[in-house]
Design a protein around this ligand. Structure first.
Ligand code: BMA
Length: 896
């Protein structure tokens, strides 16, 4: 029984006389959970664990993701839950001087007991807690040793804490009613979105969401290694910060640290001696610099600009204090050689705001990352995180913003971002709210910042830190009624973000930019005492832009900015993602409305559809399916239009970044995401691949009703000559009405070229072509005739088209290829249409709903040829799968 309790990760070899100077065991199985009166007892629980998953697995509750179970399971978060484990007595506890119980993530409020001794209290899910249990274990072993973690309801704790803040309320106290959420999330250090958000359910979990370990060591153990680069002449100077831990108390540390980089033998090797006392909390920082000739290494580049070369840097620690012979312990971090700078230079009308990576200004294309699961224990799921990040890379993204309402992500997340070349704009976990600034809260936050920055900062993908999401603008624009006590709120704001969070980050990482807020005016915000007059000023810093009134399909409504770190529009998840079989259309509508948390309801979605697209008949049996599909078309058009404005305004407005809101989702609900919860791509995600493509052509009708054409080239290289083929098409024929060639256009590297505006209306009148029944399509060709990209321009609203015949559409599966190695099936699909199809969309029918991670090679497209081939690949579709054409539903705007 005892044996099953533990998994040894660093085993002491008994045959070998040498001992490791550090060893640990993972206490990740055989936990038990009990509610407060013992009426619910769960056994055999493995970590990571959270109460909702545990209760669902034990069939005490139904999935919180189904129907309105977010409401029926509300009692779970109001209970207290105790985690129990019998911990092993091992030989190590006598071999080593220290035994430390290390709780990597307790969610959130708990008392920790070993037998009946109170070890301590936890109140921050982002903090690792350590307790020295050496004496206790020696005293209690070999009798039974029980670890008991009594977790209290975070909802109740937050409510109780609110009594302390009567003087100056920490606002907003509660989310809007439509969120069906919980109150006072800003008083506690827990995933802020877990109390509900405008795209997410309230699921204020409790549990042990990260490992629990027993660590054994003598004088010290290696905990974190921080890394920074400076370029000095022909050398990279690597500044390392090695953090050693000596239990939980100050102790003398004596030993040696050795450094080496794999593949660079003889170049960056060094050994240094350490003879120092650790600080009161048992921590010791040792700094060292290594020098590497630049020519001996390759640089790390963001996606689309080069390779992501990573090197393994090894740090070894050997205790001197020990009398017995010992083996060193080590930590390997994968590093990348790259420089990164956020450039804020004076311009005629403001300041620039762009990232320079390896001395190249790079336009940032990407999205916003919310937690991958509302249940923290699932948010580090390796396969799903990998799936999402790969989906970001394959749409040419080079940056994701880890948004401040989620969690500090797993090590794997940052490792993958390093490998995939996705830079991370990193918020600290504070969002859309005021926060307390009393000493206790500030100290708690300081520990959280120190621990997480130390863990994450070495990754080359991390581009900058921003201490909060939208709190500067919220304060300045009085979102939460702070105006009446403005001075006091401003004081607290600065106390938390400037004096504590920024200061703590800079102690560990002085090489990266720390923005106080996103959005902010960058340096101007700093100059204006960290609360700018207008944090949303498009001439400075970053902006968040949402507009739910004007026609989002019209490029002229977008006011632009230097860097748009949030923008987007809602849509509904696919019809097949909803429980269409078990619910009547009325019940389904009710469920969709329940999950629509925006206080504006579905109106913005419906308004944009109404402005631009033919409306489906409300009493048709297919109404829901159609409106869902149209919501995705409309979202894709809005984000396309807006993104293309930002990409094309690089020169005119100095725009250097477009991160749309939001990449992923936490449940099936109306939201701004391009990927649904589970992994299904919305039409937007299919389109992003084309919208973010490296070489692009963008066309739009300007305010004077002329056509503007922009050529975008992100890559470096010699000047190229590109050709544009422009086709005038009617909605009713495969054959173009006319074709225009824009030949031999010089396009330099890494820039945008604007072509003279084109009088589109006089052009149309030459052919007597009514804009409503026509569109323009473009092909962009390189000098040798290769197609670089394609695009289209609508000349009027699609709903105004009078001649857009209804195509008949036929889907055939022509072949299925199967990889025996990966057990993955790829289907070749032929799509035949009798006349042009507008935004042809294929969806796997509800019965194949388990297939969430299936992608068509193209979807939601304009089909202007009688036949096209599309591939369908499913991560979860094995070789034995037997998909038929009838499993694929097909829709088009002119076929409803
Ligand atoms: C911004 C974000 C999120 C929110 C989104 C959509 O405010 O920072 O808080 O979900 O807009 O409303």
């Amino acid at each position: 029984m005892m044996k099953r309790l533990v998994i040894l990760i660093a085993i002491i070899s008994l045959k070998n006389a040498k001992v490791l100077s550090f060893s640990e065991i993972n206490l990740n199985s055989s936990w038990r959970i009990e509610n407060s009166n013992g009426t619910i007892r769960l056994t055999n629980i493995s970590l990571p664990s959270g109460i909702y998953s545990a209760l669902e697995e034990a069939r005490v509750i139904k999935s919180i993701y189904d129907f309105k179970n977010d409401l029926s399971t509300k009692w779970v978060a109001r209970e207290n839950w105790t985690y129990l484990l019998n911990i092993p007595c091992t030989k190590q506890q006598h071999d080593y001087d220290h035994v430390i119980l290390s709780l990597h993530g307790v969610d959130t409020f708990s008392l920790v007991y070993l037998n009946d001794e109170l070890l301590g209290e936890t109140n921050n899910m982002f903090v690792r807690y350590r307790y020295d249990v050496t004496t206790l274990l020696r005293k209690e072993c070999p009798s039974e040793v029980r670890l008991r973690i009594e977790i209290r309801s975070a909802v109740a704790e937050a409510a109780a804490l609110s009594a302390r803040y009567q003087q100056l309320k920490v606002v907003p106290e509660c989310p809007p009613e439509v969120y069906h959420g919980e109150c006072h999330m800003n008083l506690i250090r827990k995933m802020q979105a877990s109390f509900s958000w405008d795209w997410g359910l309230a699921a204020p979990s409790m549990g042990l969401w990260k490992p629990v370990r027993l660590e054994y060591y003598n004088s010290a153990k290696l905990s974190d290694v921080t890394f920074a680069l400076t370029e000095v002449g022909d050398y990279w100077h690597i500044r390392l910060g090695v953090y050693l831990e000596t239990g939980t108390l100050s102790k003398p540390v004596e030993g040696t640290l050795s450094f080496s980089i794999l593949g660079l033998t003889g170049l960056a090797e060094q050994t240094i001696t350490v003879e120092e006392d650790s600080a009161e909390n048992g921590e010791l920082l040792v700094e060292n610099t290594l020098k590497v000739p630049k020519q001996s290494v390759e640089r790390w580049w963001p996606n689309g600009h080069g390779l992501q070369k990573l090197y393994e840097l090894r740090v070894q620690w050997e205790d001197e204090i020990l009398t017995s012979p010992q083996k060193p312990t080590e930590k390997i971090i994968r590093i990348g050689f790259r420089s990164i700078e956020l450039v804020q230079d004076k311009t005629n009308d403001g300041l620039t705001f762009y990232f320079m990576v390896n001395n190249v200004p790079i336009f940032m294309k990407g999205s916003n990352w919310i937690t991958s699961s509302i249940l923290p224990e699932k948010s580090y799921d390796e396969d799903y995180v990998k799936y999402l990040l790969t989906s970001a890379k394959s749409t040419h993204m080079n940056m994701l913003r880890v948004w401040g309402g989620g969690v500090y992500e797993s090590d794997l997340f940052y490792q993958l971002a390093d490998e995939l070349g996705i830079l991370i704009w990193h918020d600290l976990m504070f969002a859309c709210s005021m926060y307390p600034a009393n000493e206790e809260f500030l100290n708690n936050v300081a520990t959280e910042v120190r621990q997480n920055v130390k863990r994450i900062q070495y990754h080359p993908s991390v581009a900058l830190w921003a201490t909060n999401n939208e709190n500067e603008v919220a304060l300045r624009q009085n979102w939460y009624g702070t105006q009446i006590n403005q001075e006091a709120y401003i004081e607290e704001y600065k106390q938390l973000y400037v004096n504590v969070i920024q200061a703590e980050i800079l102690k560990i990482d002085k090489w990266r930019t720390v923005l106080i807020s996103s959005p902010s005016n960058g340096d101007l915000s700093v100059a204006q005492n960290n609360i700018a007059d207008n944090p949303q000023d498009p001439r400075y810093g970053d902006v968040h832009y949402y507009n739910y009134e004007d026609d989002g399909w019209d490029p002229n409504i977008y006011s632009g900015g230097r860097f748009i770190s949030e923008y987007g529009y809602q849509s509904f998840p696919a019809f097949s993602s909803w429980p269409t079989v078990s619910l009547t259309p009325e019940e389904l509508t009710d469920l969709i409305n329940h999950r629509q948390h925006s206080p504006l309801g579905n109106d913005p979605i419906l308004l944009m559809i109404e402005k631009n697209l033919p409306l489906p008949l409300i009493d048709s049996p297919d109404y829901l399916r159609n409106i869902i599909y149209l919501s995705q078309v409309s979202q894709a058009m809005i984000v396309k239009t807006e993104t293309e404005v930002y990409r094309s305004k690089r020169i005119e407005q100095g725009t250097m970044g477009a991160l749309y809101w939001q990449l992923n989702d936490v449940w099936i609900a109306p939201s701004w995401s391009s990927i649904e919860y589970g992994g299904k791509y919305k039409i937007l995600h299919y389109w992003m691949k084309k919208i973010f493509t490296e070489n692009h052509i963008v066309a739009s009708i300007n305010r004077n009703k002329w056509m503007d054409l922009y050529l975008i080239r992100d890559a470096l290289g010699v000047d190229e000559q590109w050709t544009i083929r422009m086709y005038l098409h009617s909605w009713s024929s495969f054959q173009p009405v006319h074709e225009v060639l824009f030949d031999s256009i010089m396009v330099p590297e890494n820039t945008v070229v604007k072509i003279d505006s084109f009088n589109i209306h006089s052009y149309l009148s030459r052919f007597n072509a009514n804009p409503a029944d026509h569109l323009v399509q473009f092909e962009l060709l390189s000098q040798n005739g290769t197609k670089l990209s394609e695009n289209f321009l609508l000349l009027d609203k699609i709903k105004n088209a009078s001649q857009s015949p209804r195509p008949s559409i036929k889907i055939s599966i022509v072949a299925m290829k199967c990889s025996v190695i990966t057990n993955k099936a790829t289907y070749s699909i032929k799509v035949d249409v009798t006349s042009p199809a507008i935004f042809l969309y294929m969806e796997l029918a509800p019965k194949s709903d388990s297939l969430k991670q299936c992608h068509f090679s193209n979807n939601g497209f304009l089909q202007f040829t009688p036949s096209v081939s599309v591939q369908l690949e499913c991560a979860d579709l094995g070789c034995k799968s037997n998909l038929h054409a009838s499993d694929i539903n097909v829709m088009a705007v002119n076929q409803m």
